[in-house]
Write a protein that binds this ligand. Sequence first.
Ligand SMILES: Nc1ncnc2c1ncn2[C@@H]1O[C@H](COP(=O)(O)OP(=O)(O)OP(=O)(O)O)[C@@H](O)[C@H]1O
Length: 231
Amino acid sequence: MLTVSNVDLYYGAAQALRNVSVAARKGEITCVLGRNGVGKTSLLRAVVGQQPVRRGEIALDGEVMGREAPYARARRGIGFVPQGREIFPLLTVKENLQTGFAPLKASDRSIPDHVFELFPVLNDMLSRRGGDLSGGQQQQLAIGRALVTRPRLLVLDEPTEGIQPSIIKDIGRAIRFLKAEAGIAILLVEQYLDFCRELADKVYVMDRGEIVFEGPAEGLDDPAVRKHLTV
Ligand SMILES: Nc1ncnc2c1ncn2[C@@H]1O[C@H](COP(=O)(O)OP(=O)(O)OP(=O)(O)O)[C@@H](O)[C@H]1O
């Protein structure tokens, strides 16, 4: 479904990704782990079209996206939940969800029922301003907004960051539902090892811009893999 092949990415002269290849399949959860600053967010920004790559290709269902802009990739079915959530604090919860309508045809512009089934708190707070929500509620809103775009691939950047354990559980449940019931491909970047180990069908570990491990989640128990994750 998503294939990232031999990608190099630079910020000016500084190389952030080195020959990175990653695949994320439909109905699977693919998790990318790594310490701060190893290039995880850069990989996701390349996938969603926010940062151009210098070498390599990124393809969705076999179609190379080249220099396509983020909105065009959203239209192809890539939904993005960015690090820090980036919800609109002055818009209501409902209006935040409706911003997800932008890439959709007029006839598809409705909020899917499963958004409120997965995150009932959003329904309860529809007319509250985004900025009044707790961090965990904002994360649920950011995921809900991405789901409004009807993604085939959902890309999440550290969805557990700064969030209380009960909401982390809700988010884990939602991700499992989306994999199993909705058949979405999920590409997840995390620093929270246990969250990944529980959810992931496939794991990649990055270190200094490179993929240093690729395999099943159990591979994370190997000390040789662990050394890339401990500070
Ligand atoms: N806009 C930018 N301009 C210049 N350098 C950047 C930029 N964004 C990231 N970098 C650098 O690229 C490298 C990879 O950063 P990236 O944010 O992709 O890592 P990360 O693994 O996602 O880290 P974190 O967990 O902190 O988000 C880092 O050295 C970072 O300083």
